[in-house]
Write a protein that binds this ligand. Structure first.
Ligand code: CAA
Length: 400
């Protein structure tokens, strides 16, 4: 049985910070953030937004795009590393906000930025095994990436969610059964202690851990996929079989380093030469949003389908997901007819253009306010859509 993405949806905050402005405020050359890290804008969530509201908004877009009714969903998983409760999963709040049925498996997954991928691969097996019985799985990657004001990680923050509707009717991507390579190693490259809102990171070491995991997962993929064996000893670079490569993208430059590494492993003497062709279109949206942790690779995938000028129909795309700590996976999928038209119709670029730039003092005020949000007394907040209103009797309250 085929399994793959039937539709996707994206949610980003309506506000962002221009990284050139942030650089000036921090006394850093703007070129370091914009060219050195490869990020132009970073999304900053308003105080009424959190992992739940972003997830619900992204899910609604994915369901509307596929004409999916709540009762069609038989599994709802939220992958996140910035959950709102130590016990109750983000997915239960989302179930309530979206009115999803009680006959539904609902839970949350965590493994840094890999949590959403773990859920996606599980959902794929659920569909392929026949256990889904025609139902769909809603997999949502939702996070607020936060390192704190004035830290080296500050320009690599962001916020957003990507929802993936998985079914036996893949209209965007069909995932290739068995073609996946995993790599996991216990490392301390990035983590967030229970007592902290901000992530702790050993920045340069985390880059090396990412590249080591990429190498391990890419080699495992090659061994696991049958055509790798068929092609053994063949001509050309292994990664040329992919029409595009989509890497986990905490910041754009990381994708460039990743691609250089893959091509070097392939034996390419000019490992940067194929970057614009194979990776460039996947970075258009991420460069405007920043790191969204679990959703980063999927935002890059949406960017590829939305921005590529090449007809990708029937072509293979390589995907690399990395979660610090660490677990990584290299896997692949085939682009379905009309996938690009369907994603373009979501108007993702326009969605990003409609956002408002925050001044640096406004951004810093929001960062400070978020510190005290979890037990903020609940009050009615003006506006439309899903909003976090505060806490009453230790219960988080949301507006629809
Ligand atoms: N113009 C152009 N480029 C410039 C420049 C200028 N004026 N000044 C510096 N640069 C370049 C540097 O040469 C460097 O490029 P290379 O990496 O190609 O050498 C780049 O800008 C960054 O400079 P530094 O390495 O000096 O920057 P830094 O020490 O301040 O830290 C960082 C960079 C380690 C990525 C830091 O932002 C950080 O810790 N970020 C969070 C961790 C992270 O994202 N890790 C990624 C791997 S882990 C992962 O992927 C999981 C996850 O999502 C967190």
């Amino acid at each position: 049985m085929q399994a793959g993405l039937e539709s996707l949806g994206i949610a980003v905050p309506p506000t962002y910070v221009e990284l050139a402005e942030l650089a000036k405020a921090r006394g850093v050359a703007p070129g370091k953030y914009v060219d050195g890290l490869g990020v132009t804008r970073m999304a900053v969530p308003l105080v009424e937004e959190d992992t739940v509201t972003l997830a619900a908004r992204a899910a609604r877009m994915a369901m509307e795009a596929a004409g999916c009714a709540p009762e069609d969903v038989g599994m709802l998983v939220v992958g996140t590393e910035t959950a709102v409760d130590h016990s109750k999963p983000v997915s239960s709040y989302v179930q309530g906000l979206l009115g999803l049925p009680t006959r539904c498996r609902v839970f949350e997954t965590k493994h840094a930025c890999y949590g959403g991928t773990a859920a996606l691969l599980l959902a794929m097996d659920w569909v392929r095994s026949g256990s889904a019985k025609g139902k769909k799985a809603l997999i949502i990657c939702s996070d607020i990436a936060r390192y704190g004001v004035g830290t080296p990680g500050e320009p690599t923050q962001g916020a957003g969610a990507v929802a993936l509707l998985v079914s036996d009717k893949p209209k965007l991507l069909a995932f290739e059964n068995g073609k996946t390579g995993a790599y996991a190693k216990d490392v301390m490259d990035f983590w967030r202690p229970l007592y902290s809102k901000d992530a702790v990171v050993d920045g340069h070491y985390s880059v090396q851990c990412y590249l080591d995991a990429l190498e391990g997962a890419y080699r495992a993929y090659q061994e696991a996929s049958a055509d790798a064996r068929e092609d053994a000893g063949g001509e050309g670079q292994y990664s040329d079989r992919f029409a595009a490569l989509v890497y986990h993208v905490p910041y754009g430059k990381m994708s460039r380093k990743a691609h250089r590494h893959v091509r070097t492993l392939d034996g390419d003497k000019e490992p940067d030469a194929s970057f614009d062709r194979l990776v460039g279109p996947s970075l258009v949206l991420p460069s405007q949003v920043g790191n969204i942790y679990t959703g980063s690779m999927y935002l890059a995938l949406a960017s590829l389908l939305s921005s590529s000028r090449e007809d990708l129909t029937g072509k293979q795309v390589g995907l690399f997901s990395y979660g610090s700590g660490s677990c990584a996976e290299f896997f692949s999928a085939v682009v379905q007819p009309e996938a690009q038209a369907r994603v373009k119709a979501l108007g993702l670029e326009t969605l990003l253009e409609k956002r408002r730039a925050l001044s640096i003092p406004e951004y810093e005020a929001i960062m400070a306010a978020r510190e005290k949000l979890d037990d903020k007394p609940a009050e009615e907040t003006p506006g439309e859509g899903f909003r976090y209103q505060g806490t009453r009797d230790h219960k988080r309250i949301y507006a629809r």
